[in-house]
Ligand binder design. Structure first.
Ligand SMILES: [Zn+2]
Length: 520
C-alpha cells in the first residue's frame, strides 16, 4: 500500500485541511480532497492524505480555494493605520496590487522595505504610478515634458521595475496625468515592458469618450509591446448605458490582434473618487494654493459653473444628487450627503447652479472624496460575463468608522459570490474564483500565487458558497463581509472560525524585473 505524503515528514506538518471541496483556481470543477501545508507552502493535495499535523481543519462541506488577489487597490498610507487590513482579509483577499491610477510611492524599493518591516496581514505587490513619477520631475505643470525630463522619468520607472514593481499605472483623469500626451506614456511603458511589467490604466474617459480612451490604451499596448490592464472598466453617465457591448468588443478585437488586454471591475453601480473630478482639469493645475486662488475669482467661478452645468445636462440630470460626499475633513457633517442635500443644508437656492458653487466651496476648503451613482446594472453584468475580467475593489485599507466610503472596499468579492454567482447566476462559482485567483496571478506574474497545487504559496480560503455575504452598503459601509470561515496567508491561519486573530503573515511580492534584470 502506498502511504500518501508521509515521506520526508517525520515531524508534524504545520496544517492539514481535510474533507474540502477543492476549487483550485483553474476554473475546473471542485473535487473532494485534502490539502497539506508546511512552512508556508502547499506540499500535497488530493484525497486521503496521511500526515501528522500541528493543526487539522475539517473543511467538510466547504469550498477550499486559493486566496483572492485584488489587482486594483490604493493601500498607501492606510497600511500604517491598520496593518491587519481587516476589510480585505474578511473579504477573502490575501494579496493586493497597489500603486494604481497613476498614484504610488516613487521609491518602490523603500516602500517595499517599509512594508516588510511593518508586516501586514496581506501580501502586497505594487505598480509604479505615472502621476507621481511626473510630479517628481515636472510638478503639476500643464505642459509636455522636455527630452531631459522624459529621460528622468524613464530612469525613475526603470529603477522601480528593477526594485520589483509589477508594472506602470496611469491615472489620466487626474492631475498631472490629464496633461500627458500618449507618446510620453508609450515611452515609459516601453521601460516597464523591458522588465515584463504590465500597463494598468485608469483611462482618460469612462463616459462619452470611452472608445477614444480604450483605443489609446490599446495603442500603448501595441506600441510599447506591453500587456494592458484596463482598470475599473465601466460606462459612466446615463447617456452611455448599454455601450459595454461596444467596449467589450474593442477589448476582444485587440486580443484577436495579439494585444494582451484584460480588464477589471468592481461589482457596483456607483463609482468613487475625488470631488475634484467634477471641476474642469485646467482649473486644477499647480498647487492647492493656486487652485484655491483660481476658484475665488468671479470670472473663473462663472466658467466652472457653466462647464459643470453642461456636463450635468449631458447626463440628463437636474441636480448633483448623484454625487455623494464620502469624506470632507473640514466639515464631517457633509459625509454621506449628496451635493444637492449639502447645498440645501447651507440654505442656498435649490438649483444646479448653486450646487456647482457648493462644489467649488468644498474644493476651496480642501476637497472631498465622493461616491458617484452613475452606472447601469446591465453593463455591470455584461462586463462581468467577459471571461478576461477580474474583480477588484479599487479601495484602500478601511479604517473602521472613518468617513462614509464606497462599500466596494469591504464587500467586492463576497458581493460577486453572493449576488452575482449564488442569487442571480450571472457566472458560475468556478469561473468567479478563477477570475479572483489564477487570472490576476497570471496577468501580474505573481508566479507562486492564485492556484492550489504543490509548490504554491499557501494562501487559502475555506468558505461555504451558500453563506458568503457582503454586508457593507452605501448607507452603512463599515461592515465586514461574512462567510470566509478560514483565511490562510502564507500558511498561517489569519481568520480562524470567522475571526481575524491579528496574524500579520503577508509579504512583499516582487515583479519579474527584480530577478530578470530587464530584456536587452
Ligand atoms: Zn482609478
Amino acid at each position: 500500500m502506498m502511504m500518501s505524503g508521509s515521506a520526508g515528514h517525520d515531524s508534524p506538518i504545520d496544517l492539514l485541511i481535510t474533507n474540502g471541496r477543492i476549487l483550485d483556481g483553474t476554473g475546473n470543477s471542485w473535487f473532494h480532497g485534502d490539502v497539506a501545508i508546511d512552512k508556508g507552502i502547499i506540499i500535497e493535495l488530493g484525497p486521503g492524505l496521511k500526515y501528522q499535523a500541528k493543526r487539522t481543519i475539517d473543511a467538510k462541506g466547504s469550498i477550499v480555494s486559493p486566496g483572492f488577489i485584488d489587482v486594483h487597490t490604493h493601500i498607501e498610507d492606510d497600511e500604517r493605520k491598520l496593518p491587519t487590513a481587516d476589510n480585505f482579509i474578511y473579504d477573502g483577499v490575501t494579496t493586493v496590487v497597489t500603486g494604481n491610477c497613476g498614484s504610488s510611492n516613487t521609491d518602490i524599493g523603500a516602500y517595499f522595505r517599509w512594508i516588510d518591516s511593518a508586516k501586514l496581514s496581506i501580501n502586497v505587490a505594487s505598480l509604479i504610478g505615472h502621476n507621481d513619477v511626473r510630479k517628481a520631475v515636472l510638478g503639476r505643470a500643464n505642459r509636455e515634458a522636455t527630452t531631459a525630463e522624459l529621460q528622468r522619468m524613464q530612469e525613475l520607472v526603470e529603477k522601480a521595475m528593477r526594485e520589483g514593481a509589477v508594472g506602470l499605472s496611469t491615472g489620466l483623469i487626474y492631475i498631472p496625468g490629464t496633461y500627458t500626451k500618449t507618446p510620453e506614456i508609450i515611452s515609459l511603458a516601453k521601460v516597464a515592458s523591458r522588465y515584463h511589467g504590465v500597463y494598468a490604466t485608469h483611462m482618460r474617459d469612462e463616459g462619452d469618450s470611452v472608445t477614444y480612451a480604450i483605443n489609446e490604451a490599446i495603442t500603448i499596448g501595441r506600441e510599447a509591446a506591453i500587456p494592458v490592464e484596463i482598470s475599473h472598466f465601466k460606462l459612466s453617465g446615463q447617456q452611455n448605458w448599454g455601450r459595454s457591448k461596444e467596449t467589450i468588443a474593442m477589448v476582444e478585437n485587440a486580443r484577436k490582434q495579439g494585444i494582451d488586454v484584460t480588464i477589471d471591475q468592481y461589482p457596483y453601480t456607483a463609482s468613487s473618487t475625488s470631488i475634484s473630478t467634477l471641476i474642469p482639469d485646467e482649473i486644477l493645475a499647480d498647487a492647492q494654493d493656486s487652485i484655491k486662488a483660481r476658484l475665488q475669482r468671479p470670472e473663473i467661478r462663472k466658467y466652472v459653473v457653466n462647464s459643470m452645468l453642461k456636463r450635468l445636462k449631458k447626463r440628463k440630470l437636474k441636480h448633483f444628487s448623484y454625487a455623494v460626499v464620502a469624506w470632507h475633513a473640514a466639515d464631517t457633517t457633509y459625509n454621506g450627503k449628496s451635493i444637492e442635500e449639502i447645498n440645501r443644508m447651507k440654505g442656498r437656492k435649490h438649483n444646479a447652479k448653486a450646487e456647482a458653487e457648493t462644489v467649488m466651496d468644498i474644493m476651496i476648503n480642501g476637497g472631498a472624496g465622493a461616491v458617484f451613482h452613475g452606472m447601469g446594472e446591465e453593463d455591470i453584468r455584461r462586463i462581468m460575463k467577459y471571461p478576461y475580467n477580474m474583480f477588484a475593489s479599487d479601495a484602500s485599507i478601511r479604517v473602521p468608522n472613518a468617513g462614509r466610503p464606497h462599500p466596494r472596499g469591504y464587500g467586492t468579492n463576497a458581493r460577486v459570490l453572493a449576488k452575482y454567482v449564488r442569487d442571480e447566476k450571472v457566472i458560475s462559482l468556478e469561473e468567479a474564483v478563477r477570475r479572483m485567483t489564477s487570472l490576476p496571478a497570471q496577468k501580474f506574474k505573481l508566479k507562486d500565487r492564485g492556484l492550489l497545487k504543490p509548490g504554491m504559496a499557501a494562501d487559502i480560503l475555506i468558505f461555504n458558497e451558500n453563506e458568503v455575504q457582503d454586508i457593507s452598503t452605501y448607507e452603512n459601509p463599515h461592515a465586514y463581509s461574512k462567510g470566509f470561515r478560514f483565511v490562510i496567508v502564507n500558511g498561517i491561519i489569519t481568520v480562524d472560525n470567522e475571526k481575524h486573530n491579528g496574524t500579520r503573515a503577508g509579504m512583499v511580492l516582487h515583479g519579474p524585473g527584480r530577478e530578470a534584470g530587464g530584456r536587452p
